[in-house]
Design a protein around this ligand. Structure first.
Ligand code: COA
Length: 272
């Protein structure tokens, strides 16, 4: 990708990031250089981010937003792209927050599609495996990194029996039915081993929540699930497909599908 393509893609991503919380049910509070998104119903508890087209935020702007987040008992969280808002990191760190960096990757338009994985399929809103598919990433993210681990189908069965699993199913089913998300899963012997989603807004789609049960890692399942999500997003008209990888090891998996690192996504939250 040329520098010009990367620059115009980063502008496109700013518009995407500004739109997603609004369509996800959040209220936007205007703090000049920053916009605070506040979840109004059940759903993702959002964060503050640079206002679209706004000036660079100062430490005083960050303080004002933090005070409001505390007042609302909302997460003290900020998310942004390092290269697009270069001075925000210093302002946020001055406020005592801890910043995590994640490779921001965009699908190379010239990347060749991988062949479909035999165990991977898309899931609709009524799929009987949807509860398990929504629960797998929770177990996966509880064991970060790419190494094989202990938790497997037995732990998944126990987790899907929890009331919170049904809440997660209902929330995701609504999004799948509305077409605001799509989900793919790798299923073997009726057990979901890996799943992931993408969220389209216009012709931009973000791949999110890809996770593999720790016991089923390093078999190519995340590769297969992500490739299926990419194929579906492109078939449904996406021109830009992107994601934030957890770390460099995870980024390597996505690079095999044709995702290229274009920038760094930053997330700030309180220490610990
Ligand atoms: C990141 C994650 C989704 C990867 O899932 P996975 O199904 O193990 O991914 P894959 O099997 O496609 O690839 C992982 C590794 O296994 C290797 N692998 C794939 N098939 C293999 C096989 N048959 N034999 C041996 N190794 C294999 C891949 O080459 C890759 O190796 P690398 O680490 O050297 O690059 C998983 O580790 C996870 O859930 N981690 C925690 C949550 C998380 O960080 N999610 C990503 C958010 S962006």
């Amino acid at each position: 990708m040329t520098d010009h393509m990367i620059e115009s893609t980063l502008s496109e991503l700013e518009r995407y990031y500004d739109t997603v919380p609004r369509v996800g049910g959040a209220r936007a509070e205007d703090f000049g250089a920053l916009t605070l998104f506040v979840q109004e119903g059940a759903g993702w508890p959002y964060y503050a981010r640079p206002a679209l087209g706004g000036p660079e935020a100062t430490p005083a702007d960050v303080q004002r937003v933090l005070e409001r987040q505390r007042e609302l008992k909302a997460p003290e969280a900020f998310e942004w792209v390092a290269e697009t808002s270069p001075s925000l990191r210093t302002a946020v760190e001055a406020a005592g927050l801890h910043v995590h960096a994640h490779p921001l990757m965009v699908l190379d338009p010239s990347a060749e599609a991988l062949p479909p994985h035999p165990d991977v399929r898309l899931l609709g809103a009524d799929d009987p495996l949807l509860t398990a598919a929504v629960t797998v990433p929770a177990l996966a993210f509880a064991a970060p990194g790419t190494a094989v681990g202990e938790a497997g189908p037995a732990e998944l069965a126990a987790a899907t029996a929890q009331p919170s699993a049904e809440e997660g199913r209902a929330r995701v089913a609504g999004k799948l039915a509305a077409g605001t998300s799509a989900m793919a899963a790798a299923v073997r012997d009726g057990v979901v081993l890996c799943s992931g989603m993408y969220n389209p807004v216009g012709d931009v789609a973000e791949v999110v929540g890809v996770g593999t049960l720790p016991s089923a890692r390093r078999q190519g399942l995340a590769l297969g699930v992500t490739a299926a999500l990419v194929a579906e997003a492109l078939a449904r008209g996406a021109r830009t497909v992107f994601l934030s990888a957890g770390d460099e090891d995870v980024a390597r998996v996505y690079a095999r599908i044709g995702f290229r690192r274009v920038a760094t996504a930053l997330i700030a939250e309180p220490q610990g």
